[in-house]
Design a protein around this ligand. Sequence first.
Ligand code: NAP
Length: 285
Amino acid sequence: MSPVLSGVQVTAATRILTVLGDPVEHSLSPLIQNAALAEAELDAIYVAFRCDGEDVPTLIRALARAGGAGNVTLPHKERAAAVVEEASEAVRRTGACNTFWSENGTLYGDNTDVQGFREALHVFRPTGVAGARVLLLGAGGAARAALVSLLDEGVGEVVILNRTLERARVMSRRIGGDRARVAESVSDLEDREFELVVNATRLGLRPEDPLPVALEKLEAVGGVMDLVYGRKETPFVLHARAAGIPAVDGREMLVRQGAASFARWWNRSAPLAAMRQVLDDGSEG
Ligand code: NAP
């Protein structure tokens, strides 16, 4: 994938935007955000910092105070939510923050994964999810954003399955209300039908990862949204398609949440087409 920054003059005035995470090497945010900055002719660069959780509060505060801004990715979004001074409704509802910036000395935080998931869902399922039964895998930052979006879209029931049961219970109690319930294991789901399965675990990031769930164990599945993304289709997307189930990976959500973050930092709408194009150019299928 060719760097889009070639030819850009970095000066003392250049604004620095970051994504903070661990791991962060897989992130395609630098690619799409630098493409957006180039298209919009903004004097800024976007870089990834792999950092420990304990450094997140200091980094966010210092970067924002110095005129920078950025994203936060796994596993630091919950910690970031506790740092920002002015939290958006999405941050308050999810307890997770993926976007920070400073205005007049105040540190703002938003969770644009909520908007990104909702918009990607509309692209994948134009008919929506009103009344639908959804299986949500995971209980981290991405899962919380998906759960908030699904509830706002009128979903009938969300069944949450997560490796750490207690984390799923906390998420269900905090966000889900009476439309969410927690499954204790995949065997609880064997005779269940789901209109949609959402993978919000990190399984699929590494080639050696197991599938987040074996879809043949479920009675019927109408579609799969894998929030994981990479330069190729994810193993879970390939697994679903092999079973004849329509499936998408997390790239559309990535572009949508990135565009929403861009809008917060620059008070203007993002060049969505340029962001999507750079992903398509680098895609290996
Ligand atoms: P996170 O807060 O660290 O949560 C990770 C989730 O994965 C938790 O539910 C965790 O379960 C589960 N998990 C981790 N290792 C596991 C394993 N070995 N077996 C089973 N479950 C495991 O991360 P996140 O921010 O929610 O991100 C999750 C994924 O979504 C990442 O791949 C990220 O890249 C992707 N994402 C994509 C977008 C997008 O725009 N497409 C946006 C946000 C996130 P435990 O609770 O048991 O630890």
